[in-house]
Design a binder for this molecule. Structure first.
Ligand code: NBX
Length: 828
């Protein structure tokens, strides 16, 4: 028998564990039992899906006893916990993560070998749950991993979308979206709990009534849906702790409600059912650009109300609600769950019959708000019209919150109407609407940004009046990423090398990577590190050949830009760099043989309605097609745009990359988290002074980071002077040639109209100042080329990036949340 990963003296090891035996034999027996009993097949008759399911169920069986045990512990000795409310969780595949967390990888691999099964084929079966768009959703997934690893009692609440983020394909170089039916074969990781369904109401009207002498308001809703919870295990890393992710799925209520909702005829009833179930049908693919659609508001209320109700229901009947803040903090992942604020007030005042002031005092202590953006257009607002129709009582409550808040503002500043208009939760122009970020700020105990610079700009630029009004409310928690998935699982070669050098323990104490600094001076270590990088490139080469028919050539610098397609992230700047390199060769100004061989790899989805972003995708593909096929560049420049970039692919691209592109316009990227993943995997960054790049550079040192571009104050100053992109075009010959080449139709079969909107946007608008930063970017890229020529020095810098980025573990982020915001007690 293999000892359980918890040492016998570990506090959680004392709990009785009744899972399958922790041995190869025990695993095989449980696997075969699952294959027979859960799938109804014999091993000899099983297909890949059967084997994957039985395997996953077996891993689950090991975690089960722990899960039940931890849930019991939380019930019997409740301590303050965290409810993380997020509309998105970009989880990635679960199998390897759960094997790793339970310490079963070796046993399971041997067990499968004993059954004649290749475990890699099982891995390949899993469809990743893509229940998020990008950074915000992936951050939520990293955070629940760290919460479990730190043994903080936590439930992650969200939506079980039937369709996650769309699958991206290219046709003629243009993005085409396909539905992501991730549940077609079912998921072995979820536990439906229909018996714990909650009724969620919408519409109708409000009324006042006499409650034994007290006048009260109540909501008389017009229609209802059922919220059915599905639980997912969230195991901590080798600590025996298992938290829960609880995702809600919408179902029509019983036929009685259907009849109330419609006229009662059968076809109408089925239509009503579809209407209800649409709520959790699909993840909105807009990233950082709220659409203001009714269904979206339904989604938000649906999961916020279900989650808050779910938590309250677990409390004992005699629970003193004034002590609620000692039991729970609802962490709002951006404004998507903020409608939960008036919902909690409604429950406390209308249902639990608390006085308004008492309810408000509780509410203000139970919420905390994380803002993830700086783009003004990304701040959510809901029209009063729509809110009043869908959630009339919540709207009344929002009005009252606003009234009392503005009274306080008046008390402090007198009748400063300008200030009052600026701070009002309700804005009057262009249409009367609710500013959700303001509501969140007023209702929360703490408001945080996601990187030092972002939090500063949030205080000074986005919410300055609120910062003045609420001293001490604003704080920073710099983002982080889970090293379990993004180092240990994604980069086993590097992980082994690190462990050989500094021993175990670093995966839960990432600052220990500092101990690698001295190894950077050791030539043998540098050689081994370089070999890991080379092996990761070969692995990516196999993945890409298989997946997309691309090759990653030997000896090329691998230059990666993978993230959502957004103008502020400036994939366009990257394109101009590529076109410049290409143009310099084909115009004969540079010999191909003088170019540092580079492969540019892109991965990016564009929101389906974001026309400019889709044009840029088209351009990247078009440039790639021309450059890759032109014999004059002698294969020294290659452009690969891999479709359907997702978490699974990130785990292969990031460990192979040499150069990480983090080139947003300063002041626009709140933090970035890909930047951290790349640095931790030994890529050097070329980046602007934006988001968490600032902190990465501070830590790794200027000499190990390629900085370019304007700083945020410089950006502001240029705007103030009046930005004229055409002047930059005129002033730089390389830039002129690159843009002219695109405009000439060289990448569109001679058709000048195809990319004309991109060209004129750059020359006459260029909101994100691509042209202003171009020459500095090109100059810095020349330094990259020169630096890469000295491979050993490059490796030295790469090792220092790994060694100095331990700060970016999401474990540290969670510790910061605990210390600055949640004040939850240590559990272990
Ligand atoms: O959140 C992202 C920021 O852009 C990143 O800089 C940051 O690192 C990351 C984690 O803090 N924001 C983001 O991903 N926003 C959204 O995903 C989003 C999605 C839908 C929506 C609004 C925003 N309606």
């Amino acid at each position: 028998a293999v000892p359980h990963p918890l040492g016998a003296s570990h506090p959680l090891a004392l709990a009785p564990v009744t899972g399958p035996a922790s041995s190869v034999d025990g695993f095989v027996r449980q696997f075969l039992r699952n294959l027979n009993h859960e799938r109804g097949v014999a091993l000899s008759a099983s297909n890949d899906a059967d084997r994957y399911f039985a395997f996953a169920l077996t891993v689950r069986d090991y975690l089960m006893a722990r899960w039940l045990e931890d849930l019991r512990r939380q019930r019997e000795k409740p301590s303050k916990g965290v409810a993380y409310l997020s509309a998105e969780y970009l989880l990635g595949r679960q199998l390897d993560n759960n094997l790793l967390a339970s310490g079963l990888t070796d046993i399971a691999t041997e067990a499968m070998a004993a059954c004649g099964i290749d475990i890699d084929e099982l891995r390949a079966q899993e469809v990743e749950p893509g229940l998020g768009n990008g950074g915000l959703g992936r951050l939520a997934a990293c955070f629940i991993d760290s919460l479990a690893t730190l043994a903080v009692p936590n439930t992650g609440y969200g939506i079980r979308y039937e369709y996650g983020i769309f699958r991206q394909t290219f046709e003629g170089g243009q993005q085409v979206e396909q539905p992501d039916a991730w549940l077609t074969l079912g998921s072995p990781w979820e536990f439906p709990h229909p018996e714990a369904s909650r009724r969620i109401s919408f519409g109708g009207h409000t009324e006042t009534y006499d409650d034994e002498g007290t006048p009260r308001s109540r909501w008389v809703p017009g229609w209802h849906v059922q919220a059915v919870p599905y639980n997912y295990l969230v195991p901590g890393y080798l600590n025996g702790w298992v938290n829960t992710l609880r995702l809600w799925s919408a179902k029509a209520t019983d036929s009685f409600d259907l009849r109330v909702f419609n006229s009662g005829d059968y076809e109408e009833a089925v239509r009503a059912q579809t209407y209800a179930e649409n709520i959790s049908k699909v993840l909105y693919p807009e990233d950082s650009t709220p659409q203001g659609k009714e269904l979206r508001l339904q989604q938000q209320y649906f999961f916020a109300a279900a989650s808050i109700g779910d938590f309250l229901e677990q409390l004992p009947d005699d629970f003193d609600l004034t002590t609620l803040p000692d039991r729970i903090i609802f962490q709002l992942n951006d404004t998507h769950p903020v409608i939960g604020v008036p919902e909690l007030m409604r429950v406390l005042v209308d249902e639990k019959k608390l006085e308004w002031d008492a309810a408000w005092a509780i509410t203000q202590k139970c919420f905390a708000y994380t803002c993830h953006t700086l783009l003004p257009e990304a701040l959510e607002v809901w029209s009063v019209d729509l809110l009043g129709r869908l959630l009339p009582r919540q709207l009344e409550i929002i009005y009252r919150i606003n009234e009392e808040f503005l009274d306080e503002v008046r008390e402090r500043y007198g009748d400063d109407e300008m200030r009052i208009r600026n701070m009002s939760i309700i804005s009057e122009f262009p249409d009367r609407s609710v500013r959700m970020a303001y509501l969140a700020t007023v209702a929360s105990s703490k408001v945080n940004g996601v990187a030092k610079l972002h939090s500063q700009l949030l205080r000074e630029k986005v919410l300055p009046d609120f910062n003045e009004f609420y001293p001490g409310k604003f704080t920073n928690v710099t983002n982080g990423v889970t090293p379990r998935r993004f180092i240990r699982l994604a980069n086993p070669g590097l992980s082994d090398l690190i462990t050989e050098a500094i021993g175990t323990g670093w995966l839960t104490d990432l600052e220990r990577l500092r101990e690698l600094e001295t190894y950077a001076e050791n030539p043998d270590f540098r050689a081994a590190f370089a070999e890991v990088k080379a092996a990761n490139k070969r692995r990516l080469d196999r993945v890409m050949r298989d997946r997309d028919g691309f090759e990653i050539s030997d000896g090329h610098l691998l230059d990666a830009m993978v993230k959502r397609l957004h103008e502020y992230k400036r994939q366009m700047l990257k394109v101009l760099h590529i076109v410049t390199e290409y143009e310099r060769v084909v115009s004969g100004r540079v010999a191909a043989s003088d170019i540092q061989p580079r492969t540019f790899i892109f991965g990016a989805k564009a929101a389906p309605g974001y026309v400019m972003a889709k044009r840029i995708i088209h351009l990247i593909n078009a440039v790639g097609e021309v450059v890759n096929a032109d014999p004059r560049v002698e294969g020294r420049l290659k452009v690969l745009f891999t479709p359907n970039y997702n978490v699974t692919l990130a785990e292969r691209v990031i460990p192979a990359a040499d150069l990480s592109e983090q080139i947003s316009l300063a002041g626009k990227e709140a933090s970035g988290t890909g930047n951290m993943k790349f640095a931790l995997n030994g890529a050097l960054t070329i980046g602007t002074d934006d988001g968490a790049n600032v902190e990465i550079r501070e830590l790794v040192g200027d000499e190990n980071f390629f900085l370019f571009g304007m700083s945020e104050p410089e950006v502001e100053a240029l705007w103030a002077r009046g930005y004229k992109p055409a002047e930059f075009y005129q002033a730089d010959e390389n830039l002129r040639r690159a843009i002219d080449l695109i405009a000439s139709g060289a990448f569109s079969g001679g058709d000048k109209s195809v990319f004309e909107p991109i060209v004129s946007n750059l020359l006459y608008d260029d909101r994100f100042m691509v042209l202003a930063d171009y020459s500095s970017y090109i100059a810095e890229q020349a330094k990259v080329d020169a630096a890469y020529a000295d491979q050993d020095a490059w490796t030295h810098a790469a090792i220092l990036n790994v060694a100095r980025c331990g700060f970016f573990s999401s474990d540290r982020s969670i510790r910061d949340y605990i210390a600055r915001i949640w004040h939850t007690p240590p559990v272990l």
